[in-house]
Design a protein around this ligand. Sequence first.
Ligand SMILES: NC(=O)c1ccc[n+]([C@@H]2O[C@H](COP(=O)([O-])OP(=O)(O)OC[C@H]3O[C@@H](n4cnc5c(N)ncnc54)[C@H](OP(=O)(O)O)[C@@H]3O)[C@@H](O)[C@H]2O)c1
Length: 229
Amino acid sequence: MAIQTVGIFGAGKVGIVLAQLALKAGYEVLIAGSGPVEKIALTVEVLAPGTKAVTAAEAGAKADLVILALPLSKYETIDRSGLDGKLVLDAMNYWWEVDGIRTDLTNPLQSSSELVQRFLPNSHVVKAFNHMGYHDLFDESVPQGTLKRKALALAGDDDDDITIVRSFINDLGFDSLFIGPLANGIMLEPGSEVFGANVTLPELQAMIARFVQSPRGQEIQLARENAAL
Ligand SMILES: NC(=O)c1ccc[n+]([C@@H]2O[C@H](COP(=O)([O-])OP(=O)(O)OC[C@H]3O[C@@H](n4cnc5c(N)ncnc54)[C@H](OP(=O)(O)O)[C@@H]3O)[C@@H](O)[C@H]2O)c1
């Protein structure tokens, strides 16, 4: 599937930067906020000229790929009307200062993207763009082949989805590292070494290897093996 139109849910810091990068890469970009279009229209016009502010329903319906860039605690407010069968990139993280204390979002053995996938059962959720700060995303985007290009990790359950998303990440200016199924997204979340990482592919690979070998990584692996018994 060729991605032409990108929908972004969330017209905040990450949403706007990803909109700018996707536009620069040649995609049509539709951005939606939590409310009416008028609420974000000026922000979008000033910060990401060339992209279009729309409702979440319109962005979901018209986009080939949708990026979730809203507070994780609000994931159940996502307009899922147009998301059946869609590729959905989950860039969200639990951040208690924003999200409040939410024990339902902080199971130490589960990726928050698994919750999102459960909320969007007919969408293809891939975790991507969550671990790098928005200013680094903005600053570090460079063409393929640039020396010391930075890398973004992604996790997802479907090989075809992963191929598409890796190509998209490359277009937006980054190398990519596939780390396995969506459940492995836990390795990219707050509390992990990768969270906040702005590093090259070999450095990112080393961080993931350290996570797998760490006591926490071993605990997660053991819990999965026990659950499978
Ligand atoms: N900041 C970073 O450097 C960074 C990096 C990677 C990932 N992330 C993650 O990306 C997400 C967004 O972070 P941010 O820093 O960009 O937050 P932000 O600046 O606060 O922006 C969040 C945006 O989401 C909108 N929103 C809320 N509910 C929505 C809904 N149901 N549909 C569509 N839009 C909705 C908000 O609109 P209203 O104001 O109208 O509610 C706001 O425009 C978070 O989960 C964060 O953990 C952040």
